[in-house]
Design a protein around this ligand. Structure first.
Ligand SMILES: [Fe+2]
Length: 386
């Protein structure tokens, strides 16, 4: 008999504050959540770009005390979360602000989990294993792609086993996502392109996910439209209107995937991040076309909508022709962005393919792909883009 809970759907997002210059309101946000002493989680690049000075100025204006934890790197490590939570507890902090890309935000989520639930992040890997509410958490994304500021996901690198650990829990949803498109102006061209492809992957995987529903679909499809319209321009010219368009694309993709979950691209990408410390957005970009080609026949009507969102004029086309356009348009976008298209170029080792396929099969994101794949089929994806 089917469990009644299997029919239930949900849609959960943080409070969203959006706009150019909104970073100057971060102090008000922290004060409003009852904070008196803030742990600011960030990385050295964001400090160098000057964004933390702006953040601290706003905290000073609200007479808030603060301490900065900046030992964050790409693919955040489990031990960095341990360092951060020790600082949070030792300094009697009562609110956390993350300013950065997905790595800073995920580190902040890990710190928040351990501050009230204790133990190590390993104990919370899986679905809804975080039982106690976390401290107030405000996220300020400095990339347009990860959606970590909107999502109930956090991903960490287990440094001992070289594995990505995925925590999915409604308890880790941030209280506030403060999105200031001006923060994207200090990103490199390649980083805008790679994180933008992460956003596109979120939107497409959420749209064809087995858990997608009418609350997630409009956000996913609008995100795809915005990426098609703005990503190349945002990456090549850093035009502020295009960057703002990508901020909304990332936001809506986050709203969609946090509630509809993801698919095979993310399942296949996580082992590459774990074993080789590769950039998440770049890896997704390499894998996305191959997975789309195979997912196509399992979600054809949705691929027709994706093709339309990416600019296809449907009149006079057969259903199949229209659907096929979506993967082709994604390939053209990657070409225009001048991103790598082979995993071997990123430094992966071909002998690890069977291990990576096993890890991908066990990844939580595999469960919501529109179809399942055998381990051999997952190996074939890696080989196709090697
Ligand atoms: Fe992602």
């Amino acid at each position: 008999m089917q469990n009644q809970d299997d029919n239930l759907l949900k849609f959960d997002i943080p409070e969203i504050i959006f706009g150019r210059g909104s970073l100057s309101k971060i102090g008000q946000c922290a004060a409003r959540l009852g904070g008196e002493k803030v742990l600011v989680v960030t990385d050295p690049g964001i400090i160098k770009a000057g964004w933390i000075d702006k953040c601290l100025k706003s905290l000073n204006e609200e007479q808030l005390k603060y301490i900065v934890y900046d030992n964050v790197v790409t693919n955040p490590r489990d031990f960095q979360v341990d360092q951060g939570v020790k600082l949070y507890l030792k300094k009697d902090c009562d609110v956390i602000i993350a300013v950065g890309g997905g790595s800073s935000i995920d580190t902040a989520k890990g710190i928040a989990i351990l501050a009230t639930n204790h133990g190590t992040v390993h104990e919370y890997v899986g679905c809804n294993l975080v039982n106690h509410p976390i401290p107030p958490l405000i996220c300020v994304p400095t990339t347009a792609g990860t959606g970590a500021d909107i999502s109930q996901f956090a991903v960490f690198l287990d440094i001992k086993d070289k594995m990505k650990m995925c925590i999915l829990s409604r308890a880790i949803m941030p209280d506030i996502s403060l999105i200031d498109p001006e923060l994207l102006t200090t990103l490199s061209t390649e980083m805008i392109a790679a994180t933008g492809m992460d956003a596109l992957t979120h939107a497409i995987e959420a749209y064809v996910s087995s858990l997608s529903w009418p609350m997630t679909d409009p956000h996913a499809i609008h995100s795809i439209e915005l990426v098609a319209e703005h990503l190349v321009n945002a990456s090549k010219t850093k035009d502020i209107d295009a960057l703002e368009g990508m901020s909304i694309a990332s936001l809506e993709a986050g709203m969609a995937f946090s509630n509809a979950i993801l698919g095979a691209v993310h399942a296949l990408a996580h082992p590459l991040g774990g074993l080789y410390d590769l950039h998440h957005g770049l890896v997704n970009s390499v894998l996305l076309p191959a997975v789309l080609d195979q997912n196509l026949s399992h979600a054809m009507p949705k691929f027709v909508h994706i093709a339309k969102a990416m600019g296809l004029e449907l009149r006079g086309m057969s259903f199949e022709e229209a659907g096929l356009y979506a993967p082709e348009k994604v390939k053209k976008l990657i070409e225009d962005l001048e991103l790598p298209t082979r995993l071997s170029k990123l430094g992966a080792d071909i002998k690890d393919i069977p291990t990576m396929a096993e890890m991908a099969q066990d990844d939580i994101c595999m469960q919501t792909n529109p179809c399942s794949y055998s381990n051999k089929e997952l190996e074939a994806f890696y080989k196709e883009v090697w």
